[in-house]
Design a protein around this ligand. Structure first.
Ligand code: NAP
Length: 291
């Protein structure tokens, strides 16, 4: 797997991200920095794949014998029926963000859950065990987050979502995953629960363009006792991270989770211990919106 002097050869392996939009993605920087740092003969490119082109894109992945791919918005769920196998964690979350091409068999994985778990440990070294969480959102990312929280025996999870029925469905799933109590809540309870939770996780897509007033929770409920994890990130602090820090809370945006989910994908493709520092350095100074 050693790289030639000029970097790319007839043997160079190809991976990439399929998304729409995708031109803002930081994943090529993260992965190519990792490949370079470990002398792995692979390259990572971004492919703008609109929904109607996903099937031909997956056919192309097979035809070109790509080593694998990442999936981002809007493909994480729709890709599942196009693959040969879904690993159990991705199946339970209901979303695939990583494909591994294993001798022609395309296997779907979800590394967002591991990425969140690793990022959370940056703020809470012992992980979720014993802590209570308010999770905002009930899409694919929220399902990965709740899966991790149940896996780690969090004391309690409250789930708030704009569309209540999706929160209710997520909590039904969570009750099948483990013993952590998951309660879907309506807007009227948000203030009380936000004040009570140890950790607040934003897994909605809201957080960059929105003003504090438009944000999902009333930010005046935040205190220095809260830990806040926003999955969103951008060219500066997100609305939630800024408000949380302003009120004395410990807060982190989605960059670290992005790097750690990339690290898990990298391990699946290469079998190597991911060079996380090189991956971080790959996007140092680049702060743009992506997953
Ligand atoms: P998704 O499946 O489309 O879910 C979006 C969620 O956001 C839904 O719960 C949706 O509520 C909610 N939402 C959207 N607009 C809203 C609004 N205006 N007000 C309140 N709620 C709103 O997306 P996803 O894949 O779960 O991703 C969610 C976020 O996490 C995205 O910002 C994504 O970029 C980020 N993410 C980050 C990482 C990382 O590594 N840092 C990884 C994965 C995802 P409804 O159900 O009511 O529509």
């Amino acid at each position: 797997m050693q790289v030639n002097e000029d970097g790319i050869s007839a043997r160079t392996g190809l991976v990439g991200v399929f998304g729409h939009p995708v031109r803002h993605s930081l994943s090529p920087r993260i992965h190519n920095a990792a490949f370079r740092s470990q002398g792995v003969d692979m390259v990572y490119l971004a492919f703008d794949v609109p929904p109607e082109q996903l099937r031909p894109a997956i056919d192309g992945l097979r035809a070109l014998d790509m080593r694998g791919a990442n999936l981002t918005v809007p493909h994480k769920e729709s890709v599942m029926v196009l693959l040969d196998e879904i690993d159990p964690l991705a199946a339970r979350i209901g979303a695939v963000n990583t494909i591994v091409n294993s001798d022609g068999r395309l296997i779907g994985h979800n590394t967002d859950a591991a990425g969140f778990a690793a990022a959370l440990r940056g703020l809470v070294p012992d992980g979720a065990r014993g802590l209570s969480f308010l999770v905002l959102g009930a899409g694919g990312a929220a399902r990965a987050v709740v899966s991790t929280l149940v896996e780690e025996d969090a004391a309690a999870v409250w789930n708030y979502n704009r569309t209540y029925e999706r929160a209710a469905a997520l909590c039904v799933s969570a009750s099948e995953w483990g013993s952590t109590k998951c309660e879907p809540i309506r807007e009227v309870k948000l203030r009380e629960v936000a004040a009570q939770a140890d950790v607040i996780v934003n897994a909605t897509s809201l957080g960059l363009g929105a003003s504090v007033k438009e944000f999902v929770i009333p930010v005046d409920t935040l205190t220095s006792g809260h830990v806040v994890v926003d999955l969103v990130y951008g060219s500066g602090p997100t609305v939630l991270v800024e408000a949380a820090r302003g009120r004395g809370a410990v807060a982190m945006d989605g960059r670290e989770m992005l790097i750690m989910q990339a690290a898990s994908s990298y391990r699946l493709w290469t079998g190597l211990v991911p060079p996380v520092d090189a991956m971080r350095a790959g996007i140092d100074g680049v702060r743009k919106v992506t997953t």
